[in-house]
Design a protein. Structure first.
Length: 338
């Protein structure tokens, strides 16, 4: 008789079990050691938030609480930041230009606008203040700078980059009854301009104004950061007030138009900015290093100071149809608006 070769039924069963266990072991090992793929949120934002270092703080805190997300920032002037999001290259914006933000909502690009913080613009200039604008109102100071600039006694440096700061500057020149287009064309008796455009972010603009012993407008956070870093010798010459209010808003890209598909993740980030934890970060950032906060928390301020002049200033300047975001531009907002 010839001996049958091959595995018995029991042996084949044992081999199959061993193979299955090996596959399961390898799969389990891969699962435990696989790269931790996080959902990425891209925020298109303004230089004044980025250059102060605050966004690093909010990123670290948010990602520690929500480890499934990774936040990246694209820092530009507000105008470019909005265009980046409108083109589908970001998931949300964090900017400070109410007029441009309104257009972003009404053209269908954004939803769920939420005011999250504020501070003020100030004017800075040479410590000697050669034309004596210290103590003047923002409007009177611009009038004097233009008058003395035309005589060759003063220099003004503008962001000139379609940023939120640039928009505020142009609005202030208009309140002063002056046309920016004409100011840019003026020359001094020596044949040189007195109105310059940096075409750059806030830090670069401050440095150019410092080099030229000129005057400029800046958010107070950027000024404190650059002054403390020793990058500029400029000093504050015109203080903040109603006309120099600066308000920061977060807006999520409309998922019907934005193909990146990170709407829920972006909403989580907006909610964090407006949360008690996020608002505390705004409140505390800069206090230890600069002696004052670089940004003020808007949601927390609104909850505790409902009838102050400041609240009315913000409502007049930054609200759209009486609120952060009209209901027509809200999408599955939940409790974001109370």
């Amino acid at each position: 008789m010839t001996e049958k070769k091959g595995l018995s039924l029991n042996q084949r069963t044992m081999v199959i079990i061993a193979v299955v266990l090996a596959i399961a072991f390898v799969a389990g090992a891969w699962y435990l050691t696989r790269p931790n793929v996080k959902e990425q949120i891209i925020v298109s934002t303004t230089t004044s938030l980025y250059e102060t270092g605050f966004l690093d703080v909010i990123k670290t805190s948010f990602e520690a609480k929500y480890p499934q997300y990774n936040v990246s920032f694209i820092s530009q002037g507000t105008g470019l930041a909005i265009e980046t999001a409108r083109k589908g290259n970001a998931d949300m914006i964090l900017v400070h230009d109410p007029k441009a933000e309104t257009t972003f909502l009404t053209d269908g690009s954004g939803v769920n606008r939420k005011l999250v913080a504020y501070n003020f613009y100030i004017y800075v200039g040479p410590s000697a203040d050669p034309i004596g604008v210290t103590g003047l109102s923002p409007i009177d100071a611009l009038k004097k700078i233009a008058e003395e600039g035309a005589k060759g006694n003063a220099i003004w440096v503008s962001r000139g980059d379609n940023s939120g700061t640039h928009s505020k500057e142009k609005a202030l020149w208009k309140l002063a009854g002056l046309n920016v287009t004409l100011l840019k064309q003026q020359v001094t008796p020596a044949g040189t301009p007195w109105y310059y455009e940096a075409g750059a972010g806030m830090t670069a603009t401050l440095q150019l104004a410092d080099q030229k012993d000129g005057y400029t407008i800046t958010d107070i956070g950027s000024f404190l950061k650059n002054s403390a870093s020793g990058l500029i010798k400029l000093v504050k010459v015109v203080d903040s007030g109603k006309d120099t209010l600066n308000v920061y808003s977060a807006i999520v890209c409309n998922p019907a138009k934005n193909r990146r598909g990170h709407y829920d993740a972006s909403m989580a980030f907006v909610r964090y900015l407006a949360s008690d934890e996020g608002q505390t970060l705004f409140r505390d950032y800069g206090v230890t290093e600069y002696g004052q906060a670089l940004f003020k928390p808007w949601v927390a301020t609104l909850e505790t100071n409902t009838e102050t002049d400041l609240i009315q200033w913000v409502r007049d300047y930054a609200y759209i149809e009486g609120s952060d975001c009209p209901t027509a531009y809200r999408l599955n907002a939940g409790d974001l608006y109370g």
